[in-house]
Design a protein around this ligand. Structure first.
Ligand code: ADP
Ligand code: MG
Length: 702
């Protein structure tokens, strides 16, 4: 599918050496790395640390601060093993500085218990958090010190890399180290024209990479954590440039194609007449924009942004009707099975009474049923096809696809959606594409993030919605809140309880959700409680969600797996734990799960005191408005320099490093340099695209 992926590199480039060339990488490890998109040395160079550990010094226990990672040296003073709900090992250590630190383990082996006997000296590293008795570190990395050996201090900061499943952190660190040792000299690595480097005033690529992977002991960790260190900015710049170039190229290539001209006919009219509601002004406007594109003989590529509940689906359905009216097929792809199934139900309800055949395809459709669906898609008997990623698989062959619709596009990524489009390509002709997202993006950013798309906004909600009341509560008020939930549930309302943690690991979040589930289950004996989290099997998740949807469950304890598109109109109460740790966009998405019916809905944002000023402002924004676009603007404004945020919060495209909110100030230069390169040095531009998205693209299309 990708021009970037199939292009042969102009120069032999060390970056394109496969990871299997590194010592210690056999077929097994290589497979794990490739599965994570790390196929070449170049991919490893760009697999940047998500944080650093400072083992260049030892911090006295007395000086530890909650939330600040540190290295500690001390003597085991007490050991306690517990097996109340689950195994637990508590090891208290002291260092004579006048404090005690607790190391807490939930997974441990007998050998570890023996090793950590009272009197043992250990050196450990981790992030202390306030516990029941002073600070504690859960699952620190540690080493037992022999006799009176001292901790060996490092002379530079240790990178902590985003995890790769099946490859331990130490191994990964060593492999990336090896890859860096093979970095070519500065001149062969550099792809930015000299002029661009001058205007930018940022380091050359080689220096930037080495600094980010191996910062010196005196590096400014705060600046690095903000992602705004010049070395990081240099990498971000090149990545944004790569995306810009790639999008521009795609747009140019797309415009060279033809598409069928589609005009709404009798089906579209009949569908519109059969709807139980009238379109909102915003829906009508966006539908006009879409229809105008569809009537052209060149392919539409339009993004419809609309807040949760703004009614994007019906606009998509009316566009699909125009394709079917023209005797062609339409397809709708959604990122999760749950969401796709929901769409299939809605669309069947609308289309089948009008005599249109709607087919459903997902991973779990197998055997004879799958063969039938595939045959119907191939013969054209299936006029509208709804499904998940399964639609992109090689054996799915459309008879004549006129329109490809992709819901919640941010979950797929810019490059993946092309796969579905290519499904319908016949000769010079490609289908029109409509992509929909509920993640509102400020207009300026949308233009850049989607340099290859036209953008429409449904900026009005259907009438009759009662706005969601949002309340911000300290987690100390939990007991009263649980009481309130009991009350609501006994009155027939349904509620979500969302557990969030900033922790990257699914496991810890799932554990927290499990604990909350058990607590709520115990506290609310007369309420039917269920649990969904990302570690459950797809079928289990599905069952729990369906039971909730049917009304067989009153209270659903969940992790953010429920974030996207789930529609349970009777759910009118939501609690979000640790709300202060989430970004505005994510809070808004989560909150959008309630307020979908006519009942008055509320959302309770629970926070842990004390709140930072920034966090307070974020929560205040959530309390004061339900307007997704306003929230998006505010989000951008609040995430100024210095705010520590994930790099991929917006989920706009599969950026490795760039964060369009944080790095928006680079965009004008990205555009200027990119456009100059397209006309003057397209060869360099091609290599930048290959370097940053080449293999990722190949991966996505696999
Ligand atoms: P989203 O934009 O979040 O995908 P949906 O398309 O799921 O929103 O629509 C949310 C709900 O609003 C659905 O139940 C849908 O039938 C309903 N709806 C859509 N448009 C209108 C309208 N103009 N008037 C009333 N209800 C509408
Ligand atoms: Mg939707």
């Amino acid at each position: 599918m990708s021009r970037a992926g199939t292009r042969v590199p102009a120069l032999a480039d060390a970056g394109r050496t496969p990871v299997s060339a590194l010592s210690g990488v056999g077929p097994k490890v290589a497979e794990k790395l490739v599965a994570r998109g790390l196929a070449t040395l170049g991919d490893l160079w760009l697999h940047l640390p998500r944080q650093y550990e400072d083992r260049t010094r030892v911090t006295p226990i007395r000086h530890l601060r909650g939330g600040v990672p540190a290295q500690i040296e001390g003597v085991v003073e007490a050991v306690e093993k517990g097996f109340r709900r689950r195994p637990m090992l508590r090891v208290a250590i002291g260092d004579g500085s006048g404090g005690t630190l607790v190391l807490r383990f939930f997974h441990f082996r007998a050998a570890q218990v023996a090793q950590l006997a009272v009197g043992t000296r250990v050196c450990c590293f981790g992030t202390p958090r306030p516990g029941q008795q002073g600070l504690e570190i859960v699952h620190p990395s540690y080493r037992v010190l022999d006799g009176d050996a001292l901790t060996v201090l490092d002379d530079r900061l240790d990178p902590v890399y985003p995890a790769v499943e099946g490859v331990g952190p130490q191994v990964l660190r060593r492999l990336i180290g090896q890859a860096l040792d093979r970095l070519p000299d500065a001149a062969s690595l550099e792809l930015l024209p000299a002029g661009a480097l001058d205007t930018l005033d940022l380091p050359i690529l080689r220096d930037a990479l080495l600094y980010v992977h191996r910062p010196p002991a005196d590096a400014d960790l705060g600046l690095l954590a903000s992602g705004r260190h010049p070395a990081q900015r240099r990498l971000v710049f090149e990545e944004m440039l790569a995306h810009h170039l790639s999008l521009r190229r795609q747009r140019i290539a797309l415009q060279a194609h033809r598409a069928p001209a589609l005009r709404p006919g009798t089906l579209a009219d009949a569908l519109r007449a059969s709807l139980p509601f009238a379109l909102t002004g915003a829906q009508s406007r966006v539908l006009r924009e879409v229809s105008k594109d569809l009537a052209q003989r060149k392919p539409m590529l339009r993004l419809v942004q609309g807040d949760v509940g703004s009614g994007k689906t019906v606009v998509a359905a009316l566009a699909a009707a125009a394709a079917i009216d023209a005797g062609l097929q339409a397809a709708l792809m959604a990122p999760t099975e749950l969401l796709a199934e929901q769409h299939a139900q809605n669309l069947r309800g609308w289309f089948e009474p009008l005599g249109i055949r709607v087919a459903w395809l997902a991973g779990k459709v197998t055997g004879r049923a799958r063969a039938t669906v595939l045959a119907d898609i191939a013969s054209g008997a299936a006029q509208l096809v709804v499904g998940t990623h399964a639609l992109m698989q090689a054996n799915v062959d459309f008879h004549d696809l006129g329109l490809a619709i992709i819901d919640e596009q941010h979950r797929f990524g810019v490059h993946q959606r092309l796969a579905l489009r290519d499904k319908g390509a016949g000769g010079e002709r490609v289908p029109h594409q409509l992509v929909m997202t509920a993640t509102p993006i400020p207009r300026t950013l949308a233009m850049s993030a989607y340099a290859d798309l036209d953008v429409s906004a449904i900026d009005e909600l259907p009438p009759g919605r009662t706005p969601i009341q949002t309340v911000v509560l300290s987690s100390e008020r939990r007991p009263a809140l649980i009481e309130r939930i009991r009350h609501a549930c006994t009155e027939g309302r349904q509620a979500y309880w969302v557990c969030t943690l900033i922790d990257d690991s699914d496991e810890v979040v799932a554990q927290a959700a499990q604990t909350t589930f058990e607590q709520l289950h115990a506290a609310l004996p007369d309420v039917r409680v269920a649990l969904v989290h990302g570690r459950m099997k797809a079928a289990e998740k599905q069952d729990a969600m369906q039971a909730f949807k049917r009304g067989d469950i009153d209270l659903l304890v969940a992790t953010t797996v429920i974030e996207v598109g789930v529609d349970v109109p009777n759910a009118s109460l939501m609690v979000i734990e640790n709300a202060e740790r989430l970004g505005l966009a994510q809070l808004h998405q989560l909150r959008g799960r309630v307020g979908r019916g006519t009942a008055a809905s509320s959302c309770v944002l629970l926070y842990q005191s004390p709140l930072s000023r920034m966090a307070r402002e974020r929560l205040d924004t959530m309390r004061s408005t339900n307007d997704g676009f306003l929230i998006a603007e505010k989000d951008l404004a609040l995430r100024g320099p210095g705010e520590l945020l994930g790099t991929r919060q917006t989920g706009l495209a599969e950026f490795r490093l760039a964060d369009l909110a944080r790095d928006a100030d680079l965009l004008p230069t990205v555009h200027a340099v990119g456009d100059a390169m397209l006309s003057e040095r397209p060869d360099l531009g091609d290599r930048i695209v290959t370097r940053w998205i080449g293999s990722a693209t190949r991966y996505a299309s696999a």
